[in-house]
Design a protein around this ligand. Structure first.
Ligand code: KG4
Ligand code: ZN
Length: 326
């Protein structure tokens, strides 16, 4: 079964062709990020205009790379929510027009569930056959807009067991990055500098919220804000690498601890991670290590599947079209 996926929830315009919910035949992502950088975050109006400009070319490119004609598609899957309304509308309208005019089934896909599903996908020409994750699993979604813990019995029965009470993990990286003068997006910049800043001089509090699987990151952001201003007031150079290291350590500590705890409580032997922050080197290293210590299999998507993309939409869309559980 060949599904065309379309994703336009934020600043990425993406289209992919995926076979049987697993094999990625094409994967095209065009980002308007460079047009937002000078504002320090995504401007919804600019994002939706860029979506409109790119959608045709991106879908054409995805079909061409996969060597498929529209008539060979068994379905179209499109991101329905959550996301920026103007951006979402571009993808949804395009997908509706395409499906209606060619009489192809159309399904709407939840963006967050699709991030988790990214762990089930395989790029064509990947050597060997990667392991398929087993359910039940605990899902950790860490992105610019979300920090959620899910218990996934199957993709029809997903329970939200924890979420951030304020800033999302990626949002915190972006805000701390701005305080440190590292620009947008902050995750990759902090991740890189943190690797050179190992120290015990700085420790930042990260709320633990005992007895709950919720997260809170606004306190650590505020602590760094005041530290940075203290240095500025005293005309001291900001120890950016050390702060990046200590900040990242605290955030990763709490993400790893709650995810492993949830897995033990729910008696799951699999962890599925997704979202932009799943690209973080320290989170990948520490969670894989903790999983190994506890006998839990931890899955991170290929780095190309951590950022917003349409392969995850086509993959999950396949199961929705088939109305089967996985
Ligand atoms: O999932 P995503 O592409 O978009 C949303 O749906 O939000 O995630 C973007 C977020 C940004 O906040 C970015 O700073 C963060 O993912 N990010 C990272 C890394 N790469 C991207 N955060 C930490 N470490 C990284 N290596
Ligand atoms: Zn996303």
């Amino acid at each position: 079964m060949i599904i065309l996926g379309i994703e336009t929830s934020c600043d990425e315009t993406a289209a992919s062709v995926v076979a049987n919910g697993r094999d990625i035949l094409s994967h095209v992502v065009s980002s308007s990020l460079v047009h937002h950088k000078k504002y320090g975050g995504i401007i919804p109006e600019i994002a939706s205009r860029k979506q409109l400009e790119s959608i045709h070319t991106v879908v054409d490119e995805a079909l061409k790379t996969a060597r498929k004609k529209i008539s060979q598609l068994d379905g179209v899957a499109v991101t329905a929510s959550p996301g920026l309304i103007g951006s979402l509308l571009v993808g949804i309208s395009f997908a509706q027009g395409l499906a209606y005019s060619h009489n192809i089934p159309l399904v709407k896909v939840d963006h967050i569930m699709a991030h988790i599903y990214a762990n089930f996908l395989v790029f064509q020409r990947t050597s060997g056959r990667p392991q398929t994750p087993e359910l039940p699993a605990v899902g950790l979604i860490v992105s610019g807009g979300h920090t959620n813990l899910f218990f996934i019995k199957n993709f029809r029965s997903i329970e939200l067991i924890g979420q951030t009470r304020d800033d999302a993990a990626g949002e915190t990286y972006d805000k701390v990055s701005r305080i440190l003068g590292l620009g947008y997006p902050g995750g990759p910049a902090i991740d890189r500098l943190a690797q050179q800043g190992k120290n015990t001089e700085f420790t930042f509090p990260c709320a633990q919220l005992p007895g709950s699987y919720d997260f809170s990151f606004s306190g650590i952001k505020t602590a760094i804000y005041y530290l940075a201003h203290h240095h500025k007031d005293h005309h001291n150079k900001l120890p950016v690498k050390k702060i990046a290291y200590s900040f990242q350590k605290s955030v990763v500590d709490v993400l790893v601890k709650k995810t492993i705890d949830a897995c033990q409580r729910k008696k799951a032997r699999t962890i599925l991670v997704g979202g932009g922050v799943a690209a973080n080197s320290e989170l990948r290293r520490r969670l894989l290590q903790a999983g190994q210590d506890q006998g839990i299999k931890v899955f991170f998507p290929d780095l190309r599947l951590c950022i917003d993309n349409a392969s995850m939409i086509a993959g999950l869309g396949f199961h929705i079209i088939q109305q089967q559980t996985i």
